[in-house]
Design a protein around this ligand. Sequence first.
Ligand SMILES: Nc1nc2c([nH]c(=O)n2[C@@H]2O[C@H](COP(=O)(O)OP(=O)(O)OP(=O)(O)O)[C@@H](O)[C@H]2O)c(=O)[nH]1
Length: 141
Amino acid sequence: MIEVTCAILLFENKFLITQRSAEAEHPLSWEFPGGKIKTGESPEDCILREINEELEKEIEILEKLKSIPFDYGFKKIKLIPFLCSTTSIQLKLKEHIQAKWIQLEDISDFDLLDADKKLIQHPVNKAILEKYSGKQMDKTR
Ligand SMILES: Nc1nc2c([nH]c(=O)n2[C@@H]2O[C@H](COP(=O)(O)OP(=O)(O)OP(=O)(O)O)[C@@H](O)[C@H]2O)c(=O)[nH]1
């Protein structure tokens, strides 16, 4: 089981999603930025390092969310999500081809990785995301 951290990064009621490159595994899918935990690294240290490496951004961890085991068939991962805050929308794309700050209710418009869909639908995670964003996840319009 590969342990992967990801950041659900919040700025003024919007969340950051990033698009994987055409050459990456799961090409062009959208995800929450993050990456694999290195040997001896804590999940918290991993997410701070990954966001710095991938987006050149400093973030603050607000809450650790429920971890999600997911089997892609060719590999099993444990996705460890953190709800995080930041003080600006600025970022540098070092690995992803695109980033978007989106409203929670618009997330279903994007081709999110399957583990991430399960992550946001987990009742505990969903309630926390809705609380922080002040929005419902499911579109009513
Ligand atoms: N970063 C990230 N990976 C995810 C997410 N959801 C998800 O299923 N994954 C899976 O976890 C794997 C993490 O790999 P990664 O390529 O992002 O990790 P990394 O930055 O450490 O990459 P590296 O292999 O180049 O060192 C992805 O290939 C994907 O299968 C997510 O929201 N963010």
